[in-house]
Write a protein that binds this ligand. Structure first.
Ligand code: HEC
Length: 153
């Protein structure tokens, strides 16, 4: 868990710096709260700036939480393209477990689809854009890794 803790801090520091630039502030605030469910991971973190324990958990845990809440409903808990809403969509949500899809996709196109939506990469416009993640590269990177992790098994 130590590595996740460090990653989390990097994310927080990065977000703080991004927020200092102005426009990213709202998104950074909105995403750093509310990511519960991994309480034990944050218990041992030392305060960095003397402001008490940080609100966010590691970026990987945050990505898993985000996936469950915002992606699994279409793409499925395990990336099988079989979420509760999948049957209502044509084309169906991408099955991340598909080795051929994994081989054809690049980390860049995956990230672009997530941030700009399906239409931006020539896929279904039913795939929603998450523009807020553009300001959170650490979290976006972990989300791409998570999508990759569903493949090749
Ligand atoms: C409303 C349903 C829905 C939700 C919610 C959704 N997706 Fe999708 N997603 C789709 C559909 C539909 C496609 C496109 C399938 C196609 O055109 O072949 C897609 C495609 C993708 C692709 C493939 C892009 C490519 O280049 O092949 C990725 C990656 C992806 N989604 C990631 C995510 C992630 C991560 C989330 C959560 C942040 C998410 N999606 C949320 C429906 C959804």
């Amino acid at each position: 868990m130590r590595r996740l803790d460090i990653m989390g801090w990097i994310a927080i520091v990065g977000l703080t710096l991004a927020a200092g630039c102005g426009e990213a502030e709202h998104d950074a605030r909105a995403s750093s709260g509310g990511a519960g469910g991994a309480g034990s991971a944050s218990a041992a973190k030392p305060p960095l700036f003397g402001e008490g324990p940080p609100p966010a958990v590691g970026a990987a845990a945050q990505a898993a939480e985000l996936y469950r809440g915002a992606c699994a409903g279409c793409h499925g808990e395990r990336g099988g393209g079989d979420g509760a809403m999948a049957g209502a969509l044509t084309p169906r949500p991408t099955r991340f477990a598909d080795a051929a899809w994994q081989a054809a996709a690049t980390d860049e196109t995956i990230a672009k689809a997530i941030v700009e939506g399906g239409a931006a990469v020539g896929k279904s416009a039913a795939m929603p854009a998450r523009g807020d993640l553009a300001a959170q590269p650490e979290l976006l990177g972990e989300l791409v890794k998570l999508v990759r992790g569903f493949g090749g098994r």
